[in-house]
Design a protein around this ligand. Sequence first.
Ligand SMILES: Cc1cc2nc3c(=O)[nH]c(=O)nc-3n(C[C@H](O)[C@H](O)[C@H](O)COP(=O)(O)O)c2cc1C
Length: 171
Amino acid sequence: MKVLGIVGSLRKESYNLKLANLIKDNIDYEMEIVTLENIPMFNEDLEYPAPKSVLELRDKVLNSDLIWIFSPEYNNGIPGVLKNTLDWLGRPRSEELGQVMSKKKVILSGVTPGKFGTINAYNDLVQLMVFLNTNLMARPRLTIPNAEFNLTPDNHFIQDAIKALDRFIKQ
Ligand SMILES: Cc1cc2nc3c(=O)[nH]c(=O)nc-3n(C[C@H](O)[C@H](O)[C@H](O)COP(=O)(O)O)c2cc1C
């Protein structure tokens, strides 16, 4: 079983990247974490053939059993960098081959230094995941507030999500 973590922040000290690493260090599955600095702005003129970085990411998605998205909340929604990547991933690969997210198992999560978690970004992502025909884990919803204090392996939100991953990945 292989998990692919996609981080929606480009910041070196990103809390979402830290959360991804925390999950990676505490699960019993192989997990690769990707960040999105090499994904170009989506442009229909560049789609076929798609840029190398997009083709590589699509392959990683195809070769993973589960995609775990770690997204900050920007202005009550998801960051442009993540939406841009999902626009690439959501496009058919060719006339014969569909898009790579279809039927993939997906877990959503996010962390913010703010008091209210990343529930608005999370809900945006739920809509996108439905549109992309993914197999989304509905609960628990891992949106963590007060990042400075909550990014510890014994945090109960994180523990619950790891247990849920185990059940979901085996379904
Ligand atoms: C453009 C911008 C908009 C933001 N909007 C929100 C927001 O709507 N809700 C929130 O909780 N935090 C918001 N923040 C604060 C981020 O949660 C914070 O910068 C966080 O550290 C970003 O995630 P990262 O640490 O993974 O980079 C915003 C930050 C930026 C730069």
